[in-house]
Design a protein around this ligand. Structure first.
Ligand SMILES: [Mg+2]
Length: 392
């Protein structure tokens, strides 16, 4: 029986992914749109993208940004595509925390910003402010300097000292106009300072500016995380590459030796892989590598690491696993391969694998020595007829 790629994915539970080495699809939150113009005709905060590589809030004095409207009215898929670009992460609908003890002012701010498409949280005490900042991770805090009995400056210091909230930009709102108050606020790490009573338009412009900076920082951070993942990932199979293993393996070996835990290594590869490439072409060879990677991934626990070691060679590192456990894992993969052939022009091609299995020894062992033993055991499996597991 020949399975289609889709059936195969389903059978082996590709979505399980086992978390490791998986460069899965993007995690996409609900789209940030629609964010139309302000309904009262005043200056409006809008999310737009235009020619920007990521969307950012746009503040405009007048007029309607037709690009944004066009996107806001488009079907969801289009919105997502426009909003995040192909395969790009985006930062989601932006959240504002208004920390203000005056009910009238707080209500005005809530309505003003909610109307412009921001999600608005409200706090009227210092404790609420700290809690909401931590739990909701707002993109900006409007912070009253005199928040009831609480001192906004002290709150700012606390927010900046907590790693969970340190990156959240803060704009102070205050009736205290003295220069040294403003300077103090900025020195504490606030991005801006708006005196009360404020001009609504000025406040909107300052909030928009702070959110724009926050959005581009978020996009930059997401991109950085993507790059870090790519540096450690094999592009074809989505497994880790050797660079990653070099870093991880040392930690695992130290841990295994300190706690006297088993740590198994498996070197496995596809039998007659060169022949598959020669006879059926490299794209079929690549399909075979991906299939094997998927089957390996489906077997991994969170702490296991699978690396594409070389061309058709995979190295697995399995903490808290002895060599028998590792051999059983290989047998499960071999059983799956007997069920899941590649399909080439209607013809079924069954992959076979050989594996060398070893365990880290309690005394006087090293990473290089263990990997070398796994490699030698793999060679022995090849020499003695392939399609088998040997111990080293
Ligand atoms: Mg106040």
């Amino acid at each position: 029986m020949v399975w289609s790629a889709r059936q195969r994915d389903h059978l082996i539970g590709r979505s399980l992914g086992a978390g490791l080495g998986v460069v899965d699809g993007e995690v996409v939150d609900p789209p940030p749109f629609p964010l139309g113009p302000a309904t009262d005709g005043s200056a409006g905060a809008r999310m737009g993208h235009g020619d920007r590589p990521h969307f950012a809030p746009i503040m405009e004095e007048t007029g309607v940004d037709h690009r944004v409207d066009a996107v806001a009215n488009a079907p969801t898929d289009d919105r997502v595509r426009h909003g995040i670009g192909a395969g790009r992460k985006w930062v989601g609908r932006m959240k504002l925390l208004v920390a203000e003890d005056d009910d009238g002012v707080r209500q005005l701010l809530r309505e003003t910003f909610a109307e412009r498409g921001l999600t608005v949280e409200e706090a009227w005490t210092g404790a609420q402010t700290l809690q909401l900042a931590r739990e909701r991770q707002p993109d900006l805090i409007l912070l009253d300097v005199q928040l009831g009995d609480d001192d906004g400056f002290a709150l700012c210091r606390q927010l900046k000292a907590d790693p969970a909230t340190a990156a959240v930009p803060i704009i102070f709102l205050t009736a205290r106009h003295a220069v040294h108050d403003r300077v103090r606020g900025l020195e504490l790490g606030a991005v801006d300072y708006v005196p009360k009573p404020f001009e609504l338009e000025e406040l909107l412009a300052r909030v928009g500016s702070a959110l724009r900076v926050k959005a581009s920082q978020d996009a930059l951070r997401a991109r950085q995380e993507e790059l870090e993942t790519l540096v450690h990932t094999d592009a074809l199979t989505g497994l880790y590459n050797r660079r990653f293993l070099d870093e991880r393996i040392a930690q695992e070996v130290v841990r295994a030796q300190r706690y006297r835990q088993a740590l198994a290594f498996v070197m496995l590869d596809i039998d007659h892989f060169k022949r598959i490439n020669d006879v059926y072409g490299h794209s079929i060879g690549d399909q075979g590598l991906r299939l094997l990677a998927d089957l390996v991934r489906a077997e991994l626990r969170l702490t296991d690491v699978a690396v594409r070691w070389g061309g058709e060679e995979f190295l697995l590192m399995l903490p808290a696993t002895d060599r028998d456990g590792a051999a059983r894992l290989v047998e499960r993969i071999r059983a799956q391969l007997r069920r899941l052939p590649l399909s080439v022009d209607g013809q079924a091609i069954y992959l076979q694998i050989s594996a060398g299995v070893t365990e880290l020894r309690a005394e006087g062992d090293s990473i290089d020595a263990a990997v070398e033993r796994a490699d030698q055991a793999l060679l022995q499996a090849k020499r003695t007829g392939r399609d088998r597991v040997c111990f080293g």
